[in-house]
Design a protein around this ligand. Sequence first.
Ligand code: GRF
Length: 189
Amino acid sequence: MEKLTGKVKTCVFISGRGSNLKSIVKNSRKKNFPAKIELVISNNPKAKGLLYAKKNKIPYKIFKFENRKIFELKTLKELKKRKIKLICLAGFMKILSKNFIKNFKYKILNIHPSLLPKYKGLNTHERVISNKEKFSGCTVHLVSEKLDSGKIIIQKRVKVNSNDSPISLSKKIVKIEHQIYPLAIKKII
Ligand code: GRF
């Protein structure tokens, strides 16, 4: 893999709210941050995060995911055109193919709201609570060809209280996500 120098051109993939996008963009504006967010890609035209991109004049593209092959072809073309060297998946609710991961050739990061390797996949908070876990948290990891399984870059725990609901737990965890995603970007560049 080629050594990255200067501010690394970065693309954030979203599907919804975009609060991690917001935190990454805010941090990227700090002087010594090693990445610049040059593009946002969403599979969902209604993703709230797109409004933030628009407001902040970050170029964005919406590619529907009905046909993954077409989504990936269009996306790879756009990434190449803009010389993107890092992808951050931030609430991107689709699974990229092995072929896409292989063809991108640079690093792809993802954030997951659990202490991986525990609770891969969806409905994490519900499962954590019904299993009466004492701790949960979030993980930023490199994306490999297996779901939620690449090398862990940063992980942070939070306490699960006996009165936590999936909503209250997700609120606690997302705040920590906003801290660790920018740190993880710094760490891997
Ligand atoms: C976060 O909890 C993230 O861990 C998960 O999806 C959620 C996205 O939130 N993958 P947001 O769109 O960044 O607000």
